[in-house]
Unconditional design. Structure first.
Length: 426
C-alpha cells in the first residue's frame, strides 16, 4: 500500500504501512466497502497485488427450492472500491444451469488473478452435482479450463467444501459424497479431487484423480470442511465424523483431521492410520500452516460453545502441549454474544510475525476476530482482551499478504442482506 492508502498494483513487494490495531480507516469509506452484487458471501480472497475477490451466491430469480441458478464473483480493489474492468461494474455473474439452482461453497485466487469457484449445482429433477468453475481476470468464464470453464465432477452426488492451489497451478478440492445406507439417505464419505492447471482430473492422484475416505459409523459418516497442502506435498483435510459411542448409544460427532501423501494415500504415522479425532470438539473448521511446520486447527462445538478454540499440532503429528492450555487455546466470548446458537471458530490464519488470527461467529451471526500470540495467549492489545466484534454478520475472514484482516459478509440482514467488506489492522 502507498502511504496514503492507495493501491500499489505494480509493486506487490513494497513494505506495508503500519496502522493502529482495529478498523483500517484508509480502506473504502472509513474502513468499509459497501457492495451490491454478492449478498450471500462464501469466501473473500486476497491477492498478492492488494486486490480482493468476494465470491458467493448471486441475486436472481429463485426456483421452487429457493436457491438461485447462478453464481457470482465480485472483485474489489485494495483501497476499497469496485474494479470496473471486472464483469459489470466490478461484479461478474456466471450462469451455470439453464434451469435448476446452485450455491457456492468455496473459492480460491490464482497468482495470475484468475478466480476458482466451487459449489453445487442442482438440475431440475436431477441429482446434486459438484461443480468447479474458473473465471478470467475480466470475470468471464475461462474456456481453457475443463470444458468451457467448468471442470468435471469427480463423484456423483458429491459437494465441494474447500479449494487449495498448489505451486504448479494444480488444484486440490475437498468435499463430501453422500452414501445411501439402507432406506436412509445418507451418510457421508470425504472426497478429494486433484485437477491439473487445465481443469482435468490428475490420473496420478488416487484413482483417476479422486480419493474417497470412509471414517466413522457404518459405511463411513464423515464430512470435509477444509483442505491444506503442505510444502512437502502432504495433504491435510479437516472436518468431522460420526463415531460409535463407547456405551453403545447414538453415534457421537467428533472433529476430524485426515493426512494424506501427495498421491492420496492416508499416512499411517499420523494419528491412527492417518486419522485424528477430537473427542471434546464436534468439528474442525479451518486449517493453517505456521512457518515452523506446525498445524493450526480451528474447532467448534454446536449449541452452547462460548469460546473460539484453536488447537496446534506439531509437524510430526502430535498435539503441541506447549500451546495454550495443553495444546488448545481459547478466547472466551461474552455470554450475551454466545447465545443462542453458540460460538463457532470458522477459520484460522498464521500471521507473518508468528501470531495467530481466528475468524468466527457469535450466536447472533456477528463475525468475530480474535488475535493470539505465538504461544496461544490472547493478544490484549487487539480489541477487548484479544477479541473484536465486526459490524458484519454471516461472513468470512481472510488475511492479506501484508498481514491485515479482511471480513466480508452482510451489513443489513434484516433488509435481505447488503454485502460489505471491512479491513482491520492487526
Amino acid at each position: 500500500m502507498d502511504s496514503d492508502g492507495g493501491l500499489s498494483r505494480g509493486h506487490p513487494g513494497d513494505a506495508p504501512v503500519s496502522c493502529p490495531a482495529g478498523l483500517d480507516l484508509s480502506f473504502g469509506q472509513q474502513g468499509r466497502y459497501q457492495g451490491s452484487g454478492t449478498p450471500f458471501v462464501q469466501a473473500v480472497l486476497p491477492g498478492v497485488d492488494g486486490r480482493l475477490v468476494v465470491v458467493g451466491d448471486a441475486p436472481g430469480v429463485p426456483d421452487h427450492e429457493g436457491l438461485p441458478a447462478v453464481w457470482a464473483a465480485a472483485e474489489i480493489l485494495g483501497e476499497g472500491r469496485a474494479d470496473p474492468s471486472f464483469g459489470v461494474g466490478g461484479t461478474a455473474t456466471v450462469q451455470l444451469l439453464p434451469d435448476g439452482n446452485g450455491s457456492v461453497s468455496a473459492g480460491a485466487l490464482q497468482s495470475d488473478g484468475k478466480v476458482i469457484i466451487a459449489g453445487s449445482v442442482h438440475p431440475s429433477g436431477g441429482t446434486s452435482q459438484w461443480s468447479l468453475a474458473r473465471l478470467k481476470q475480466d470475470g468471464s468464464l475461462d474456456a481453457g479450463f475443463g470444458s468451457g470453464g467448468l471442470a468435471p465432477s469427480p463423484v456423483a452426488g458429491a459437494a465441494p467444501a474447500s479449494v487449495a492451489i498448489l505451486p504448479d497451478g494444480s488444484l486440490l478440492v475437498a468435499g463430501t459424497a453422500r452414501v445411501p445406507v439402507g432406506d436412509y439417505c445418507c451418510d457421508g464419505n470425504v472426497v478429494i479431487a486433484k485437477y491439473d492447471a487445465s481443469g482435468r482430473l490428475d490420473p496420478g492422484f488416487g484413482s483417476d484423480g479422486v480419493v474417497t475416505t470412509a471414517v466413522g459409523v457404518a459405511a463411513g459418516d464423515a464430512y470435509a470442511s477444509a483442505i491444506l497442502s503442505l510444502p512437502e506435498g502432504h495433504i491435510v483435510v479437516g472436518g468431522f465424523a460420526y463415531v460409535p459411542a463407547g456405551d453403545g448409544g447414538a453415534a457421537r460427532q467428533e472433529a476430524m483431521l485426515l493426512r494424506y501423501s501427495s498421491v492420496g494415500t492416508l499416512e499411517a504415522t499420523f494419528g491412527a492410520g492417518g486419522v485424528v479425532l477430537f473427542a471434546n470438539y464436534g468439528r474442525a473448521n479451518g486449517l493453517a500452516l505456521q512457518s515452523d511446520g506446525n498445524l493450526l486447527i480451528s474447532l467448534s462445538n454446536s449449541g452452547s460453545a462460548s469460546a473460539l478454540v484453536v488447537a496446534r499440532y506439531t509437524a510430526a503429528g502430535a498435539l503441541d502441549l506447549t500451546f495454550g492450555d495443553e495444546g488448545f487455546a481459547r478466547v472466551d466470548v461474552p455470554s450475551g454474544d454466545a447465545a443462542p446458537g453458540g460460538v463457532v471458530a470458522s477459520s484460522v490464519f498464521s500471521l507473518p510475525d508468528g501470531s495467530i488470527l481466528v475468524g468466527g461467529e457469535a450466536g447472533d451471526g456477528t463475525v468475530l476476530l480474535a488475535k493470539l500470540g505465538a504461544n496461544g495467549a490472547a493478544d490484549a492489545a487487539f480489541g477487548e482482551g484479544g477479541l473484536a466484534r465486526t459490524s458484519l454478520v454471516f461472513g468470512v475472514a481472510a488475511v492479506t499478504p501484508d498481514g491485515k484482516a479482511v471480513v466480508a459478509g452482510d451489513s443489513a440482514p434484516a433488509a435481505g442482506g447488503v454485502p460489505a467488506v471491512e479491513r482491520y489492522c492487526l
